[in-house]
Write a protein that binds this ligand. Structure first.
Ligand code: URA
Length: 453
């Protein structure tokens, strides 16, 4: 077997065998297959597509390219949650404590932000002293004692994905259904949970921009998870505008705590309770996702969720007093407000643009080596459908570096306020969203579709 023949076969639309896919993954991971051949293979797979068996083989080969984590010494059904990536997505910091407070253990590996999307590990690092790397025995001990631990992905879990993802990132081969599915599911299946809940983001701030594509991704990932013996559910959720109002690391930690206290924005609250409800159902604590939703809601309203958050922060070396005093979190030295230039309604807030603006402010990195400004980011005073008056503040941009602040403000200011008639006040003014109206009647506004096993 050689790589040239495998590339040629895929280029011509052939279906690869399990052995051929394994040959590629093993060879690229151990360095015997060079970047140029791997890039050619990925482009052929991107253009020709991969069928279900090929995707399953790719997922399996990447899963076994490194350690498969053994969480069997953690009591109870461990349920993982994964977002396909978005802007302002701080749900792990809300969903994790709520779910743990209701008795389902959360043993989670999270990622860092790259490009215009954020990552939970960066957000948690804005809490002084918080350790995002724990020895395996410490991780397991913490989950057994407090019900929750969140750490960064180690280099030993699915190393093939790490290498392949970095190459896809620079060869325009990220946005392919089979490649995304195998990338996400190989990591999740290697992380050792008993069940998985996937939050598939849909809209211009996500890899999947249409409901059809997001549904196909959700269904495929569920199929792969179940095929590996792990119950997997998917929820398709709105990423046409940022989730919540805060985008940026310490800003998002504050918004997550506000949500745990029952004072968060409606969209983040709704999504967090929905995800937690499904996790409680899959973790065997709720009869169905709706009962789980109510349990999570009660944990939020009773204060059990924020208490669990403080316990979790303390267990990982962070300062739990941040929950009572937000000034203990990093605060930016400079800020600028973006003002509306006319009366009207907010017609659109492109999640991708706000994510980019946040990245420019210093909150995100352009390359893996960049350091980030934990206090930087954007706070949206208005969301889609809100009425605005000329001169009112649409958003505030924060940064410690003044050049970065003005770059971020220039990006964020490309904001659309439509001069619509006064009677027009839609929940969702983006015309592309019209096709989701049927689904919106069935599910909360921000959660479009739920696929449970
Ligand atoms: N997230 C991943 O981990 N991999 C992808 O391919 C896309 C999103």
């Amino acid at each position: 077997m050689n790589m040239y023949d495998i590339i040629e076969k895929k280029r011509d639309g052939g279906i690869l065998s399990d052995e051929e896919i394994q040959f590629f993954v093993n060879g690229y991971t151990d360095g015997s297959i060079p970047d140029y051949q791997a890039a050619a293979f990925l482009m052929a797979a991107y253009i020709r597509g991969l069928d279900k068996d090929e995707i399953y083989s790719l997922t399996k080969a990447m899963k076994f390219s490194g350690d498969v984590v053994d969480l069997s010494s953690i009591k109870g059904i461990k349920v993982d949650k994964h977002s396909t990536g978005g802007v302002g997505d701080k749900t792990t910091m809300v969903v994790g404590p709520l779910t743990a407070a209701c008795g389902v253990p959360v043993a989670k590996m999270s990622g860092r932000g790259l490009g215009f999307t954020g990552g939970t590990v960066d957000k948690l690092e804005s809490i002084r002293g918080f350790k995002t790397s724990l020895e395996p025995y410490e991780f397991i001990k913490q989950v057994n004692e407090t019900g929750i631990a969140v750490v960064g992905q180690t280099a030993h879990v699915a190393p093939a994905d790490k290498k392949i993802y970095a190459l896809r990132d620079v060869t325009a081969t990220v946005g392919n259904l089979g490649l995304i599915t195998s990338s996400i599911m190989s990591k999740k299946l290697a992380a050792g949970s008993d069940a998985i809940v996937l939050d598939v983001k849909c809209g211009n701030g996500a890899f999947m921009e249409t409901l059809e594509d997001a549904r196909a991704l959700g269904e495929l990932m569920c199929h792969i998870g179940k095929g590996d013996g792990v119950p997997t559910a998917a929820v398709i959720t709105d990423m046409s505008q940022p989730l919540g109002r805060a985008v940026g690391n310490s800003l998002e930690v504050i918004e997550a705590m506000e949500t745990l206290k029952g004072r968060g924005p409606e969209d983040i609250q709704e999504l967090s309770l929905t995800l937690s409800g499904i996790m409680l159902y899959m973790g065997g604590k709720a009869a169905d996702p709706a009962v789980g939703y109510e349990m999570a809601r009660n944990a939020m309203l009773s204060g059990a969720g924020i208490e669990k958050f403080m316990e979790f922060v303390k267990a990982q070396g962070g300062d739990p007093d941040i929950a009572d005093d937000y000034s203990l979190l990093p605060k930016a030295a400079h800020s600028v407000e973006i003002k509306a230039e006319k009366d009207g309604f907010v017609a659109k807030i492109e999640a991708r643009r706000i994510g980019l603006a946040s990245q420019h402010s210093g909150a995100g990195r352009a390359t893996k080596e960049d350091s980030i400004d934990l206090a930087a980011g954007i706070y949206l005073e208005k969301k889609v459908g809100d009425a605005v008056k000329c001169g009112e503040t649409l958003a505030a941009v924060y940064a410690n570096d003044e050049t970065k602040l003005s770059n971020a403000a220039a990006e964020a200011a490309k904001w659309k306020v439509a001069a619509l008639p006064a009677w027009f006040c839609p929940r969702r003014a983006d015309p592309q969203a019209e096709c989701y109206v049927g689904l919106l009647q069935q599910f909360p506004v921000h959660v479009w579709l739920v696929v449970v096993p």
